[in-house]
Design a protein around this ligand. Structure first.
Ligand SMILES: [Ca+2]
Ligand SMILES: [Ca+2]
Ligand SMILES: [Ca+2]
Ligand SMILES: [Ca+2]
Length: 329
């Protein structure tokens, strides 16, 4: 009797464990642009819906036309004419790759009905797509078979991409002539102009522009520079000011300026350096270490090794460093 009870209890435990692991798997979100197989166990990329390759799902649902038809493609993809597969919009009538098994991504009539992926613009022919940043671009390269991407009148009518999908690149704006698009990262901070009319480096144009994310204006209001360049010690090494008016290294400002997270003040109370360069055995590297060498001060570094531990969180390290600074720097 007891043995029987133990056996049943074991069965209940095993069944519950299996059920629980299934529920756990179903609870976990699939990564972006992945979906869960019909059996709820695995995730697979939407781009491999019924693409003729080996099934990823144990129940082969990712190769089941009815299942595939019910799925929505990612924003960078569209359904082939058969409504089953997702193909990359970049392959839309590109004359190169035939992605769809029904070859619809190379069918001119089909392509006309499709929108381009974000950051791409339709050529005047209504069929092909090109990267919007290549509108009347600096090199004058033709990206459309009908050359409309280099036609000033056509370029003026198009808008620039808000975001091009690359990390740290924060979208494009129109040059003053309205034909070209320039990347906001180059706004008012680059000696090599991108716009053919050089407007994105023109102080009058820059005055009315807001800087890209992670960039700020110099005091003169004409230039943008990256935040990490603020009080980074460019001035006392004699080179590499970010601002022409030197405001990024103004000692009066830098003395009251609080360094960004993960940055600490050197003993001079002016320069901010990344905390990872404290007591790393390297000094005197331009704008990385303290100009006064306080980041490698033996007394300070002794304290650092004694008190710091890898268990503390980053935020705590920052707080801890503040205390250390007060004591030694
Ligand atoms: Ca294609
Ligand atoms: Ca072009
Ligand atoms: Ca600087
Ligand atoms: Ca150092």
């Amino acid at each position: 009797m007891t043995l029987k009870f133990v056996y049943y209890a074991f069965l209940v435990f095993v069944n519950c464990s299996i059920l629980k692991s299934r529920v756990d798997a179903a609870d976990r979100r699939c990564p972006d642009n992945y979906i869960r197989c019909r059996d709820g166990i695995r995730c697979f990329p939407l781009t491999s819906l019924c693409d003729g390759t080996t099934a990823i799902c144990k129940d082969s649902s990712d190769k089941d036309p009815e299942f595939c038809r019910a799925q929505t493609c990612p924003s960078t993809h569209a359904k082939c004419r058969d409504g089953i597969q997702c193909f990359p919009l970049r392959d839309l009538c590109d004359g190169k790759t035939t992605y769809c098994r029904d070859q619809s991504d190379e069918d001119l009539d089909f392509c006309k009905d499709q929108n381009c992926e974000p950051g791409y613009t339709k050529c005047r022919d209504g069929v092909h797509c090109f990267m919007s940043q290549r509108l009347c671009d600096r090199t004058g390269t033709y990206d459309c078979p009908d050359h409309s991407d280099e036609d000033p009148e056509f370029c003026k009518q198009q808008s620039c991409p808000e975001f091009d999908g690359w990390d740290g690149w924060n979208g494009w704006r129109k040059c003053r002539d309205g034909k070209q698009c320039f990347n906001v990262m180059g706004l008012c901070n680059d000696e090599r102009p991108y716009c053919k009319d050089k407007s994105e480096q023109d102080p009058d144009f820059c005055k009315n522009q807001t800087c890209s994310e992670g960039y700020i204006k110099c005091r003169d209001g004409n230039e943008c520079f990256p935040l990490w360049g603020l009080c980074d010690g460019g001035s006392r090494r004699g080179t590499w000011f970010n601002c022409n008016d030197w405001s990024d290294e103004d000692p009066v400002f830098c003395r009251v300026h609080e360094c960004a997270n993960d940055y600490v003040k050197c003993r001079d109370g002016i320069q901010c350096i990344n905390r990872k360069h404290l007591c790393d055995g390297t000094k005197c590297i331009l704008k990385i270490d303290c100009a006064d060498n306080s980041d490698e001060d033996p007394e300070f570094c002794k304290y650092m090794t004694k008190s710091m531990s890898f268990q503390v969180t980053q935020r705590n390290i920052h707080e801890e460093l503040k205390k250390v600074q007060q004591k030694f720097l």
